[in-house]
Design a protein around this ligand. Sequence first.
Ligand code: ZN
Length: 146
Amino acid sequence: MDLRDLYQEVILDHNKRPRNYGTIEGASRADGHNPLCGDRVSVSVRLQDGKVQDARFTGTGCAISKASASLMTEAVTGLTEAEAMALFARFQDAVTGKVEADDEVLGKLTVLAGVRDYPSRVKCATLAWHALQAALAGAAKPVSTE
Ligand code: ZN
C-alpha cells in the first residue's frame, strides 16, 4: 500500500464515520455552500478561555468535503482562534500547492493535500474551514465559496 492509498483510506473512513458530527446547542454557527460540487456544511464552535473547546459539523456533499470537515473539527479542538486560522492558512496553501504539505504542521490534514492535483476539489476541502472562520467570527450569515 503506498502513501496515496493510505490517504485515500483516511478520507474514506472520515467520510463514512465522520467525527464530531452534530450541532452544539447555543454555540456560534455558520453555514457554507460550495455550488460547484453541491457540498453543504454547517459548523458550530464553542470557545472557552480563548480556545476551541468543541467543534462540530453537519453536512451533505462529497467525500472530500465531509472528510475535511471531520478532520478539521479534530484538528482545531484545543487551539486558540488565531492558531486555528493560522492552521487554515497553512492548509489552504498546501491544498492549492503553494507550499509542500508538512506533516508536522498539518498532522492528519496532510491526507487532503492530494487535492492540489484537482483544482476543482480545492473548494470541497476548504469549505468547512471557511464556515469555521465565519463561526469563529460570530457571523450569522452563510458563507459561499463563490
Ligand atoms: Zn465536493
